[in-house]
Design a protein. Structure first.
Length: 343
């Protein structure tokens, strides 16, 4: 059968060009959007810039650790402008939770969970040494009470997503919340705005996603703070800019941290069915694997053991589910399968 051939020739998991940086997240109907908690009728100024003059431009070098670095820049502005924060700590916590510690890059949504549950340590506690290889970079002692206490002091109340298809939503996040982290397509950046220093870089040829801190705007031109060092950018100070109309199709997701996202709002958002947020495949364990097994038993009228282990039986059941729903039947619960499960 044709679908059997697809098992050996295709994978629905994110393609190779997404190997580094921001990994594609899956839909989650528990997400809280900033427009839902702000007054959207308040007039916006024609231009607005948050003061980032004291933020240290951290250089991630060739590490696929932009999620931690962009988040670190935003948190430094929100919490402690005069003290460099540990992008390495933020990224390492994400990697301890995302289920793919050997793969560079992680998910934006995890950053929100880390900053609201664990916080971020300062650089003097966990140094931002981007000369390390990936394995060493995420080798952080989370049992060190001093590090944990240091990070918890900067824990945020809640996080919210920004509608990056609406320029006013982006502007509102900049004016009301100090800016937001923004996931963009790297491969379409041009020399005039975001790529002045790397005209022949291999990054320019890739379709990768990269996370930056968006801190200001002037009309429909948005200004960003990047994590490729202080020599990067139009003004060679770590900053760049882009016009919304030129890049609106290359913006994936935005997220910020707001005290307006109260515990009451968060609890209300959680009162929904279980949502799958990470890719699952053979050999993995976890609560989400158990929930997947329970869901497959209902969907397929099967009796899969709900062990929380993704073994051969679970893989076979996933293939049946994929086949029945017109998906690539590879037994890998990747982005398309998760979107179907979450619909």
């Amino acid at each position: 059968m044709k679908w059997l051939k697809n098992i050996f020739t295709k994978k629905e998991e994110y393609p190779l060009e997404f190997d580094y940086g921001v990994l594609p997240d899956v839909s989650d109907n528990r997400d809280i959007y900033l427009d839902d908690v702000l007054d959207t009728f308040t007039p916006l100024p024609d231009k607005f810039f948050n003061d980032i003059s004291e933020i240290v431009p951290v250089d991630q070098r060739r590490l696929g650790a932009c999620v931690g670095h962009a988040g670190g820049h935003l948190m430094q502005f929100l919490e402690d402008k005069e003290r460099e924060l540990s992008a390495r700590y933020a990224y390492a916590v994400c990697k301890s939770l995302d289920g793919i510690p050997d793969k560079e890059g992680t998910y934006t949504r995890l950053l929100g969970k880390v900053f609201t549950e664990r916080g971020i340590a300062d650089e003097r506690t966990i140094d931002n040494n981007s000369r390390k290889d990936h394995e060493e970079y995420i080798d952080v002692d989370f049992d060190d009470n001093q590090v944990v206490r240091n990070a918890l002091r900067r824990k945020k109340l809640g996080y919210a997503f920004v509608n990056v298809k609406d320029r006013d939503s982006m502007k509102r996040a900049i004016v009301e919340e100090g800016g937001f982290v923004l996931s963009m397509r790297v491969g379409n950046w041009d020399g005039e705005y975001l790529y002045p220093d790397f005209p022949n870089s291999d990054r320019e040829m890739r379709n990768a996603r990269h996370l930056i801190y968006c801190y200001g705007y002037d009309g429909d031109v948005f200004y960003i703070f990047n994590s490729w060092g202080k020599r990067w950018g139009h003004y060679r100070d770590g900053t760049g800019r882009f016009h919304f109309d030129d890049y609106k199709n290359d913006l994936y997701e935005g997220m910020t941290f707001s005290d307006k996202v109260t515990p009451k709002i968060q609890e209300k958002a959680k009162i929904v069915k279980y949502i799958f947020t990470r890719s699952m495949y053979f050999g993995m364990r976890g609560l989400d694997i158990m929930k997947l097994q329970e869901r497959l038993n209902v969907e397929l009228s099967m009796k899969i053991p709900t062990t929380g282990y993704y073994g051969k039986i679970t893989k076979g059941a996933v293939m049946v589910y994929q086949y029945r729903n017109g998906l690539v039947a590879d037994g890998w619960a990747g982005r398309n399968t998760l979107n179907k499960l979450n619909s």
